[in-house]
Write a protein that binds this ligand. Sequence first.
Ligand code: FES
Length: 103
Amino acid sequence: MSKQWIEVGSIEDIPALGARVIKTGQGQIAVFKALDGSIFALHNRCPHRQGPLSDGIVHGHKVTCPLHNWVIDLENGKADAPDNGCAPTVPLKVEEGVIFLKM
Ligand code: FES
C-alpha cells in the first residue's frame, strides 16, 4: 500500500521543547518541537535499547534519551558519536499549522 499523508494534530498542541506521541500501525511516532519552532518526527525508540525518546530532553535540534543519555539528532535520527545507531525519521509536513506524517 502506498504511503499517505495522515493528519496528526496542530503544532500548537506541542509545547516548545516538548513531544507528542502518535500511535500508529507501525508503532509509536514521537513528534518533537524545538525551541525555534521546528517540528520533527521519529520512531519513539532509542537505537540503544528502545528508550522512549519522547520523554527525553530536547536541546537544539537534538534529544537526549531519558534512559542512558544517548544524544539523537532530530533531523536524521542518528546517534551522536561515539554512539552508533539510528531512530528512523518519518516524513512530515506542516500546512496552516496542522502536522501531517507520511505513513
Ligand atoms: S535506551 Fe536510549 S540511551 Fe539507552
